[in-house]
Design a protein around this ligand. Structure first.
Ligand code: CA
Ligand code: CA
Ligand code: CA
Ligand code: CA
Length: 322
């Protein structure tokens, strides 16, 4: 990326500010992340029982930060039971050289050095009532313990969530905070990821969103891949230049892919990938996986708060519904 592009990205990131640290983010309107135990069936919606989320602390923030997990246990409320509760999930925070820049950490499968870096903190949760519908707090963490990446504008931390054993679905949310006891956003901080495994809403009126960022003018097309969508409604691309473009969705325990051609106006903007449920509302507890690649097969980053804001379609405003 050129220096000029770096600067414009940074200015956009500064514009994100305070909403940036919950994962899933407010604009995403996704109820929870989900990771199943390693003994689960993939037909329940998790393809590989692992999730990786990155948090960036801006260079000018030097005070300690905390990484918090809501409902880290797998039991009782806010989790998916299969048989009896028997699932263990580990949450691990990495920093230091290579933790976030290693190519293996940006890939889909747990191959090679995806867990490179310094392990700063880790905890494994089972069916722990004391953490049910409660926050667990990692930290204090010194921002300098993250990997310094100038292209991200600061120090980056990697959070790996792995379903160690069992077959239940662990639902949770993450938050980067300046405070131990409350959720207080790090100004200018943000979260991003290359792949999302999430629980969709049950209410068909709710629309969820993912915001991949088109960072590079050499991107001519993207390929979306989704897993176990259960034929539940529609995935739609909306952007500054596209009112409506339908993407292919998968059935139970299946993968689906489709392409979208990038328009010049979309460089340096986020796409708004809208996930609309089937209006029957018959499909409940729908867990899904989704990711995006450019034409070189490199995964695109999505930000929990869209860079540059939610893109507004600039054409005929009446062309916007199914
Ligand atoms: Ca179980
Ligand atoms: Ca729980
Ligand atoms: Ca949970
Ligand atoms: Ca599903």
């Amino acid at each position: 990326m050129s220096k000029l592009l770096n600067l414009s990205l940074l200015l956009l990131l500064i514009g994100i500010m305070a909403k940036a640290q919950p994962v899933p983010g407010a604009d995403e309107n996704i109820p929870n992340l989900i990771t199943f135990g390693a003994d689960a069936e993939t037909s329940w919606g998790d393809a590989n029982f692992c999730q990786i989320i990155f948090f960036t602390v801006p260079e000018n923030h030097t005070a300690p930060i905390y990484i918090k997990v809501y409902d880290p246990d797998c039991g009782n409320e806010n989790d998916e039971l299969q048989g009896e509760w028997n699932t263990e999930t580990s949450f691990s925070i990495y920093g230091g050289q290579g933790s976030c820049s290693n190519e293996d950490a940006k890939k889909l499968n747990l191959d090679g050095d995806y867990d490179e870096g310094t392990l700063l903190a880790s905890k494994t949760f089972g069916n722990d009532p004391e953490y049910d519908q409660k926050w667990y707090t990692f930290g204090p963490i010194n921002p300098s313990e993250g990997e310094y990446l100038p292209e991200e504008g600061g120090h980056v931390f990697k959070v790996i969530i792995e379903g160690v054993s069992g077959d239940d679905g662990n639902m949770y949310q993450l938050y980067m905070s300046t405070k131990e006891d409350t959720q207080n956003a790090v100004e200018g901080g943000y979260a991003f990821y290359y792949k999302y495994t999430v629980r969709l809403h049950d209410d068909p009126k709710e629309v969820s969103h993912i915001y991949p960022y088109i960072n590079d003018s050499t991107i001519v097309s993207i390929k979306q891949t989704n897993f176990d969508w259960d034929n539940d409604g529609w995935i739609i691309v909306r952007s500054v230049a596209t009112a409506f473009h339908r993407m292919k969705i998968s059935n139970d325990d299946e993968w689906a892919t489709s392409m979208y051609n990038i328009k010049p106006e979309e460089y340096n903007t986020s796409l708004d990938i809208q996930m609309k449920k089937h209006p029957s509302g018959n499909i409940r507890n729908n867990n899904v996986v989704i990711y995006f690649e450019n034409q070189y097969g490199e995964l695109l980053k999505s930000y929990s708060v869209p860079i540059g804001g939610v893109p507004k379609y600039g054409g005929n405003p009446t062309v916007n519904e199914l």
